[in-house]
Design a protein around this ligand. Structure first.
Ligand code: ADP
Length: 726
């Protein structure tokens, strides 16, 4: 074979008949009119084609016909390996397309390597070509090949491929014919470049379209989730429809898991044959949900159900089946199942899009469920609140009403919806409640407190004001729960009346008895031992009755506010005299008793009645001494907290059980953990409470059995009246 330089080497072309012909001029004039017309027509057909395959098929056919060749082959150079790939041919079986030639193999290889037309010049070469053609197209014209030529397809000095023509039955391809082909190949090369550009453009367009489709799918699914509100069924159906349409999928199904029974049920289906209820589809969904992973099904045959699904897919001309678990907040809620069209690629980009869609749907379903749960709980709570006969008022940290039930409306005579968001003080005019809430707001009260709330119509409510602490430990407000205790109050009042009447009636006989005992006591020296013991017991008994009577009458006077004189009062001074007076009884029990002023400056005065406050501190300290074993400690601490003076009486005594603490301030109540030996009337703390409340203050207890108790009193600081200042 020899390179064919159209200008220099044409004289060296060897003909099959061995004769050498004189070089022919390559001017258009050398071709017949018909030939030029045929080239022009072929060029037009080539240029009109859009794909590389179409262009080259026309080149192959027209080239063969142009020179009367029996067959033609068109190769393109693989830009990576330099090898030649058979793209198309004329009179060549399609199966051989894709056949590869080494860069220097055969006539075509040489043409590509040299960038020059090549012609088979001797029998060895022809034999090689025949052998190649035999591989390309067995049982064809190979044995009859009498001549062959290869012309490179060159664009901008780059060899894109090779056109090879084969003649049979003694026909010899000559230089003129090659020159004729060379008129055609530049058109072919240009058209290949154009077609390749067109292909690439098309690919970019397809890619853009795909990206467009996918982002449209994602945003349309987002919209569907929003549109469906809290309706899971509608949401699933909308999401499925939009996914199938925008991603051009064949069909699909959404399964949701029942949060209680964990049963997985198909909730929406799109474009799937209706009569089919394929157990395999459900098994695939269940499997996907159990492993929390996406599964892709096509040719798996490991398990019976996968075989069933793949059979079903092929029966209905579907491509692959994708199952994606719907997981929100690590909680599986269902499965999104979509079937691709046959031959539809489900590449990473598509799966990513489906995962985003599944994520949106899962979140939508989880939110809808959460909403449903919250609404059910709200309805339940509302039903409880409205049917409750207890008065319920919820307040925020500023004392604004957040919630009020119908019982509250009835008790305070307002319409709940008109007072929500308003300060309690503006909505309800009840001095006791307003004061309690005011104190709670000012002291940022974190302890529950209880108080009686008298209503205008002689009714009385008992109010428990409890703090609401949010999950991060901040005080969020209070809830006031009030119960009607009018009947108890009445019963208590009649009980008190009876006791008071009895006390009054008993006072005279008791005084008489005491006088008589006093008289008797003067001759005590003459008593024998038994008489002395009987005398001592009688005296003790009568003194106890007298203490009880005087306590009761005292309580009555306190409650009637008889003799109460609230003035500027030094609580520290009062406490000091209580402590010094109690020191002796404490020492007798081998206890330590001391007073601490825990404040940087002076303790301000309070508004109080010094005698009554003395009674308060003295009752608390004597209780602590009484209920603390020998060798224990009792301390009194006074300090300032916000606009109140605080007094704590702390001991390390027997302590009080929690259930007893709530009843401690009731009359005659004595906690079960104190023994009968510790004498008392059960009236001391009732007196303390009554006095403290008349001072506008609060008293409460914190205690642990076996560790000790702290009784705390908070009293408002003395405020100078405006006319007395300066
Ligand atoms: P009493 O006359 O019984 O002391 P109080 O009204 O003073 O009546 O007290 C009521 C009850 O509270 C007592 O019986 C006792 O159970 C309990 N208590 C009061 N103070 C203390 C304390 N410091 N430690 C333990 N229990 C106490």
């Amino acid at each position: 074979m020899s390179p064919l330089d159209p200008t220099a080497n044409r004289s060296s072309i060897d003909r099959r008949d061995g004769r050498s012909t004189a070089p022919q001029a390559l001017t258009p004039g050398s071709f017949t009119r018909d030939q030029i017309e045929a080239v022009r027509e072929a060029a037009m057909a080539i240029t009109a084609s859009l794909t590389v395959e179409q262009v080259l098929a026309i080149v192959a056919e027209r080239a063969a016909k142009l020179i009367g060749a029996a067959a033609s082959l068109v190769y393109l150079v693989d830009s990576l390996t330099g090898e030649l790939r058979l793209i198309t041919g004329f009179d060549v079986p399609e199966q051989s397309f894709g056949f590869m030639l080494k860069p220097d193999e055969d006539l075509a290889g040489h043409a590509a390597l040299s960038s020059q037309p090549q012609i088979a010049s001797d029998a060895t070469m022809l034999a090689e070509i025949m052998a190649t053609f035999e591989r390309i197209a067995p049982k064809s014209v190979a044995p009859h090949i009498s001549s062959a030529a290869a012309v490179p397809l060159i664009y901008s000095r780059q060899v894109l491929g090779v056109l090879e023509v084969l003649a049979i039955d003694g026909m010899i391809i000559d230089a003129d014919q090659i020159a004729l082909l060379q008129l055609l190949t530049p058109h072919a090369a240009t058209a290949v470049i154009h077609a390749q550009l067109h292909d690439r453009n098309q690919q970019v367009m397809n890619l853009l379209e795909m990206i467009n489709d996918r982002s449209a799918a994602v945003s349309s699914v987002g919209q569907a989730v929003i549109n469906a509100g809290h309706d899971q069924t509608r949401m699933s159906a909308e999401v499925l429809t939009r996914t199938i349409a925008s991603l051009h999928l064949a069909g699909g199904k959404v399964f949701l898991e029942d949060p209680v029974t964990h049963h997985l049920a198909g909730i929406a289906s799109e474009n799937l044959p209706k009569e089919d209820s394929v157990a395999g589809l459900e098994l695939a969904a269940a499997h996907c949900l159990s492993i929390h992973q996406t599964i892709l099904l096509q040719n798996m045959s490991a398990q019976a159900w996968t075989r069933e699904v793949t059979q079903w897919l092929s029966d209905h001309h579907f491509g692959r089946l994708v199952c994606i678990p719907l997981i929100a907040d690590n909680e599986p809620v269902g499965v999104l199942q979509v079937a691709a069209k046959i031959n539809q690629a489900l590449e990473t980009g598509m799966l990513d899009t489906l995962h985003i869609i599944a994520g949106q749907l899962a979140l939508g379903v989880a939110n809808a469920r959460l909403f449903g749960r919250v609404r059910a709980e709200q309805q339940q709570l509302a039903a409880i609140l409205s049917s409750s006969s207890d008065v319920l008022i919820g307040l925020d940290a500023n004392g604004n009403i957040q919630l009020a039930n119908p019982a509250a409306e009835r008790a305070f005579g307002f319409v709940a919806r008109t007072v929500i968001g308003q300060p309690l003080q503006r909505a309800i005019l009840n001095v006791a409640l307003n004061n309690a809430v005011d104190t709670a707001i000012k002291s940022k009260q974190r302890q529950p407190s209880g108080m009686e709330i008298p209503l205008a119509d002689d009714q009385t409510l008992f109010c428990n004001l409890s703090p609401i602490i949010d999950p991060v430990g901040q005080l969020a407000g209070w809830v006031a729960v009030m119960q009607d205790i009018t009947h108890f109050k009445e019963a208590e009042r009649s009980k008190t009346d009876m006791i008071l009447t009895a006390s009054h009636d008993l006072r005279n006989p008791v005084n008489l008895t005491l006088g008589a005992l006093d008289l008797l006591g003067r001759s005590a020296n003459n008593f024998d031992a038994m008489q002395r013991e009987a005398y001592a017991l009688s005296l003790l008994g009568v003194h106890r009755i007298e203490a009880l009577i005087s306590n009761l009458l005292d309580l009555e006077r306190i409650e009637q506010r008889i003799g109460l004189n609230l003035t500027k009062c030094d609580l520290t001074e009062t406490a000091r005299s209580v402590v010094s007076e109690m020191r002796l009884p404490a020492q007798q029990r081998d206890q330590k008793l001391w007073l601490t002023l825990a404040s940087t400056g002076d303790i301000p005065h309070v508004r109080g009645d010094a005698q009554r406050l003395y009674q308060v501190i003295s009752n608390l300290v004597s209780n602590s001494i009484k209920y603390t074993p020998a060798g224990g400690e009792v301390s009194v601490t006074i300090w300032v907290q916000d606009d109140q003076v605080r007094l704590d009486v702390r001991d390390n005594g027997v302590g009080i059980p929690a259930e007893a603490q709530v009843r401690l301030f009731q009359r005659f109540y004595r906690a079960p953990n104190v023994t009968a030996e510790e004498q008392g009337t059960g009236l001391g703390l009732a007196i303390v409470k009554s006095i403290v409340e008349q001072h506008g203050g609060r008293v409460w207890v914190t205690s642990a059995v076996g560790k000790g108790s702290t009784f705390s009193v908070a009293l408002p600081i003395w405020q100078e009246p405006p006319n007395e200042t300066g």
